[in-house]
Design a protein around this ligand. Structure first.
Ligand SMILES: *Cc1c(COP(=O)(O)O)cnc(C)c1O
Length: 401
């Protein structure tokens, strides 16, 4: 980081509706199997929504745990005064195990190298580390291979007996939970049951066992165990097209990305637009300049395709998305060409909940041939997050816990 990025909400802003986030937490909790608690996954700055305000809103609405990828993300939450249980799962050799122990973090261990580093740090700190053993039940990413599980479990149990660790959790992660009926789902669940039983037989008594992400939270009650780790659904976004839309799932998108039109101008027919002239005006028309570009996370891949609500109609990006700006043809697209006259300063909404005809993050994911996760997570630091319906600003009806 090179310091704070200067931003202006007048140019562009990501409005973050914390009331919607609290509502999503409540909607998700209502769907959990009996006995299961909710972990709010706030890694990667809460998928671009802002880790601290989102963590606080989620806890306020009944989330019991927080989850981050890196220890640094978890330590930042602790430094800001968050006292709830936090699990962080992406450790690299040399990471701050001792600081994690002193901050009371739950730290995921997927291999012997991590167990060695954490027990060493616990000896230095003079207090046991809270660790959660992660099994790879089939994702093929992080987690301990089943063949290596007995060695890791035995070593972790020995460290427990020696007083350097407390194994607080046993956990895993799905590969294809967003594809209901995929054969890997049951295979992973069966293996998870087996690996948990093995560890418990070896004497480990976890506080929590967990494998479900948002997709599994929404579709697979058998996978809920003691805890579900929801990320994308918390932010009101469907985990994937096969699971239905946000609305169908009873979720409300939390982020609205909007900008102010920076310039409006008449151009003749046949005018090339933006780098490479990938768009030529089909007739004399009006162009609108939108001051957001790929540096702000607007996918260059959505050149010629990304949808924007401006002047009462949804337009498509005309030509290429540049680093800081792109253009829409205000005379083309939309509903029959009789849209409102657009002036500089007019709002341009790239995505939001969809209430007022604006596109959604799912529409952008489709336009850029990617997933919604990438659309919201990549919104850059130059775009200020503007929080509404926060704890001091409860505008939604019937706000409360
Ligand atoms: C990101 C992540 C989650 C949350 O996934 P969603 O699909 O956003 O709910 C859960 N667990 C782990 C290990 C993750 O990395």
């Amino acid at each position: 980081m090179t310091g704070t990025v200067p931003t202006s909400p007048l140019r562009a802003r990501a409005e973050i509706d914390l009331g919607a986030l609290r509502g999503n937490v409540r909607a998700l909790r209502a769907r959990l199997a009996p006995g299961a608690a909710l972990m709010a996954v706030v890694k990667s700055d809460a998928y671009g929504h802002g880790a601290l305000p989102c963590a606080r809103a989620a806890l306020d609405a009944g989330a019991a745990w927080l989850g981050t990828a890196t220890p640094h993300e978890a330590l930042a939450l602790r430094a800001a005064g968050v006292t709830a249980p936090i699990l962080c799962w992406l450790w690299t050799p040399g990471d701050p195990w001792r600081a994690g122990i002193e901050a009371g973090l739950d730290m995921s261990v997927s291999g012997m190298w991590a167990l060695r580093e954490v027990t060493e740090a616990a000896r230095e700190a003079g207090r046991p580390a809270r660790i959660q053993l992660k099994a790879d039940t089939g994702l093929g990413r992080n987690g301990c291979q089943p063949a290596d599980w007995p060695e890791l479990v035995a070593a972790a149990r020995a460290a427990e007996v020696a007083g350097t660790v407390r194994v607080t959790g046993l956990w895993s992660h799905f590969a294809c939970a967003d594809e209901p009926g995929h054969s890997s789902i049951d295979a992973q669940l069966d293996l998870f049951h087996e690996l948990v039983a093995y560890a418990e037989k070896a004497g480990i008594e976890p506080e929590v066992r967990h494998i479900a992400n948002s997709a599994a939270a929404l579709t697979l009650p058998d996978s809920h165990f003691d805890l579900v780790r929801t990320g994308i659904a918390l932010y009101g976004i469907s985990p994937g097209p096969e699971l239905g839309t946000s609305r169908e799932l009873g979720l409300r998108p939390v982020m609205t990305l909007a900008a102010s039109v920076a310039l409006v101008k008449r151009v003749p027919e046949g005018h090339g637009v933006s780098y490479g002239h990938r768009y030529h005006t089909p007739a004399e028309t009006t162009l609108g300049l939108i001051p957001l570009g790929y540096a702000d996370g607007i996918p260059r891949h959505a050149s010629g395709r990304g949808p924007v609500l401006v002047g009462g109609a949804v337009r498509r990006v005309a030509g290429r998305v540049a680093m800081d700006q792109f253009v829409v043809d205000l005379g083309a697209g939309g509903a029959g060409g009789d849209a409102e006259v657009v002036q500089e300063g007019a709002p341009a909404v790239l995505f939001g909940p969809g209430d007022d005809g604006e596109p959604t993050a799912a529409d952008w994911a489709e336009a850029a041939d990617t997933i919604t996760y990438e659309i919201v997570t990549r919104i850059g630091a130059r775009v200020p997050r503007v929080y509404v319906n926060g704890p001091d600003d409860r505008r939604e009806a019937g706000a409360g816990r």
